[in-house]
Design a protein around this ligand. Structure first.
Ligand code: EPU
Length: 438
């Protein structure tokens, strides 16, 4: 696929698209299949690059994968799990951070795990210290070598008490995927409780795990000797749904997002409504639309669930360039997720980033040099530009900006968007956008 895309903006998006399973659940549920003694079946799997990467990583570890692209059903048979060569892991991991989550299951299955250099979107340092600390807590030995990080569990993995200094999504998943088959009880406090994590807990429960989630963000896991396979329908992708919602708003359009669910999106829906966006919530999905009256500026900050997701922030900022007045966005999850705003300014937006915590509480980045607050004044007419995708969500946000801008924009590096947005070119065409690859 070509990585350059042209968009003629200025036309409202209108029509219907469908979102399937959430990238941030599907990849983890696929890793969970490694823990089972029998095959697992996952439904509603989107056709995105991250799924391809995890499929390849599972395959090189001996898991037999069959996928029906049309129905989105994935069969995973872990009967013959085997060690993979580090060069293969490195080659297949691409830019994904998922290999770190293979550690617990591989330690249980094979007694060792190897992690190559990890990628993921460039939205801050994205360290893996929590993950390594978690694994050490279970009794794993972490050895940093030239080829990567080599992890073993000479005395097996034992249940433990863990407190996360920050409710990290990945570290919580690391605990879950390791504790379910560790000996004894694990208690995790200050856990992340994102809907995708609750869905992963549902997957693990189907496999025979014993996991309980308390209201104070504590998760208790009683280890079991063996797990079975599972059959599960992945929770819909609420990040993709919100991205299309922001695209509807920024282009003065109307998009019915089939599959979007109200409850996991509740905080986004409140924000969307405060900005002045219209919505019809139905059992089949949600229609998001521009009401035809001026949008309102707001002050928001991102946070862990049930706060406003950091992954909603970038598309929302583009919509806020069209709101009447001064909006403030305080990013508290990643230290460096506002860099994409400079290209928006090149397109005519008026955004300014600050090191200070603006508009809400102070966060852990407050006394550092990270530009993690943005002030956006609008409404501003956007004009076409030549832009390069910086990361997955930033990339989709540029697409939204280009769709709302006057003239033809050229967007480079759109392959990155394929990591998390299924067939987005096709969906854009369905919504009447004028765009083409070259
Ligand atoms: N962090 C550490 N040390 C660690 C791990 C995380 O300091 O070992 C920090 C991070 O640097 C960040 C914060 O903790 O500042 C939160 O990171 P978290 O671990 O929660 O993020 P993640 O598990 O790496 C997942 C999603 C991200 C999403 C975040 C927050 C996947 C594959 N990725 O990342 O999604 O932004 O949770 O909800 O599930 C995306 O989909 O575009 C994306 C980046």
């Amino acid at each position: 696929m070509s990585s350059t895309f042209h968009v003629r903006g200025g036309r409202p998006l209108s029509g219907e698209i469908t979102v399937r399973g959430a990238k941030n659940l599907v990849s983890k549920a696929m890793v969970a299949a490694l823990l089972g003694e029998q095959p697992s079946v996952l439904h509603s799997v989107p056709d995105i690059r991250d799924v391809q990467i995890v499929s390849e990583l599972l395959s090189i570890h001996g898991v037999k994968i069959e996928r029906d692209a049309e129905s989105g059903t994935l069969h995973m048979d872990p009967s013959n799990v085997e060690k993979a060569h580090v060069a293969d892991i490195d080659a297949h991991a691409g830019s994904s951070r998922i290999p770190i989550l293979f550690c617990g299951p591989l330690l249980h299955r094979l007694g060792e795990a190897i992690i190559p250099d990890l990628g993921g979107c460039r939205i801050g340092d994205r360290p893996i210290n929590y993950h390594l600390d978690v694994l050490r807590n279970f009794g794993a030995v972490v050895d940093k070598r030239e080829m990567g990080i080599y992890i073993t569990a000479p005395n097996g993995l034992k249940g433990t008490k863990i407190h996360l200094e920050y409710p990290s999504v990945g570290a919580t998943e690391q605990v879950l995927l390791t504790a379910v088959r560790a000996q004894g009880v694990t208690e995790l406090s200050n856990a992340a409780v994102e809907p995708e994590i609750e869905d992963l807990i549902a997957v693990l429960q189907k496999m025979g795990a014993l996991i309980s989630l308390q209201t104070d963000r504590t998760i208790t896991i009683e280890g079991v000797d063996a797990l079975s396979g599972y059959e599960h329908i992945a929770i819909p992708d609420r990040i993709e749904a919100a991205s299309w919602a922001c695209a509807a708003l920024a282009t003065k359009g109307s998009v019915f997002v089939r599959g979007a669910q109200q409850k996991p999106m509740s905080t986004f829906l409140n924000t969307f409504r405060k900005v002045g966006g219209g919505m019809d919530i139905t059992p089949a999905g949600i229609r998001f639309y521009h009401p035809g009256t001026p949008l309102r500026a707001i002050a928001v900050e991102t946070d862990v669930h049930p706060g406003l997701m950091t992954d909603w922030q970038q598309p929302l900022v583009v919509a806020l360039t069209q709101a009447d007045g001064i909006s403030i966005v305080h990013e508290t999850v990643y230290e460096n997720r506002l860099g994409f705003t400079s290209a928006l300014n090149d397109m005519g937006a008026h955004t300014q980033v600050y090191r200070e915590c603006l508009g809400g509480s102070s966060c852990r980045f407050g006394h550092s040099n990270y530009n993690h607050s943005a002030v956006i004044s609008g409404p501003k007419t956007l004009r076409a530009a030549d832009i390069t995708v910086p990361d997955l969500r930033g990339g989709f946000s540029y697409l939204i900006a280009a769709l709302g801008a006057e003239g033809v924009s050229t967007i480079h590096g759109i392959d990155l968007i394929d990591r998390g947005y299924e067939r987005f070119q096709h969906k854009l065409a369905q919504l009447g956008a004028e765009c083409w690859e070259k």
